[in-house]
Design a protein around this ligand. Sequence first.
Ligand code: MV4
Length: 454
Amino acid sequence: MFKKVLIANRGEIALRVICACKELGVRTVAVYSEADRNSLHVRFADEAVCIGPAKSALSYLDIPSVISAAEITNVDAIHPGYGFLSENADFAEVCELSNIRFIGPRPEVTRLMGVKDKARTAMAAAGVPVLAGSDGVLKSPEEAEKMAGQIGYPVILKASAGGGGRGMRIVREPAELAGLFAQAQQEAGAAFSSPDVYLEKYVEAPRHIEFQVLADQYGNVEVFPERECSIQRRHQKLGEESPSPKVTAELRARVAASLREALHAVGYTNAGTVEFLMDENGELYFIEVNARIQVEHPVTEFITGVDLVKGQILAASGARMDEILSGPVRIHGHAIECRINAENPETFAPSPGRITALNIPGGMGVRVDTAAYSDCVIPPYYDSLVAKLITHGRDRAEAIARMHRALEMFVVEGISTSIPLHQQIMADPDFQAGNFDTNFISRFLAARETASKR
Ligand code: MV4
């Protein structure tokens, strides 16, 4: 096992990784920007190094600064958390060249997964279901038009180097294709410095469902139960749950078997998430792989009892899957997560500032992952996540009832938060019935708007 790990992140995820290290008897090094001097990840790490100014480009994203901190403190490994450098294959490569283990997949695998059309081809080759689409990058609008004609409209153009919703164009008829193809190429080139685009059959109002995976260095791949992530606004998830109300045991087992095969074939190691879309027929189709631990990993931990961050550290240090898991992974009950953001619950405008009073709920079946404390300051420079509230129940109804009362007991004063929004979502009849897709929030907000005007 590693003796010392540097955590190249901040906020709740930095604290989450520190918790895992402490339980494994691993010493920790925090890095922090000038805006994070008084943060809990700095306080609870064994050592801490300031790596630059508040702006993340000059601190948490600055590879030389992070590597220097790692060299000075003589760590064995770096955990990147999520966001920042977590899916930067060049950073993972620099770590390995500096004799520091990167806690994540190997650089070549992260690089392959980052090229979305190549990831799609690799997954399809190993038997993972994908949507009808182009075999790699489209070379011309003529080729795109031919392909779309074969697949049938509507289709979606996606940036190969994209992901998370940027650089996409939905094409509903042949006359639109050439223009939207040029737009997609242009946007992709500007945003990702590669104009490459590919094409897929467009799924209307899909559900967004993803599978957590964890792989050791000996070819053993564990596929965990799915997470339902359809409650999102503008590609920002607001909440997640597991298992999905719409995934049957048969579908889960079928997709998991295909993923074990495919991830083994690409040489995947450590943690990752494989994203799927569910169409109106309840079928799942691969869209992309996220080569990192995700914000919503606690719902999976709650229903399986597996500590995924410890799993990442163990896998990176060379443990075998049978040493990482204590037995077969089973589903116990249901878990839901609400992301508590520092933002206006009506307008979604960021609401950084000082938290003047804080009550963090607890009790049976409640987990809160946060780095907030009473009198702390939420800086304006980073993402707006202040806390994750996760509840567990024997079934979905109990998890929702627990979420309801935990939201009521969650008090944050001094800034605005999304707590009232989550209260409203929990009370929604369609949400309670498990009847929703990725358009749920826009419908929900439109209905709320109409109701407030009456
Ligand atoms: C799609 C799609 C419909 N059909 N692909 C958006 C983010 C990126 N990861 C993939 N995305 C989508 N890909 C096909 N073939 C609809 C979306 C999409 C979406 C996906 C997941 C969660 C929320 C979404 C919101 C809008 C569009």
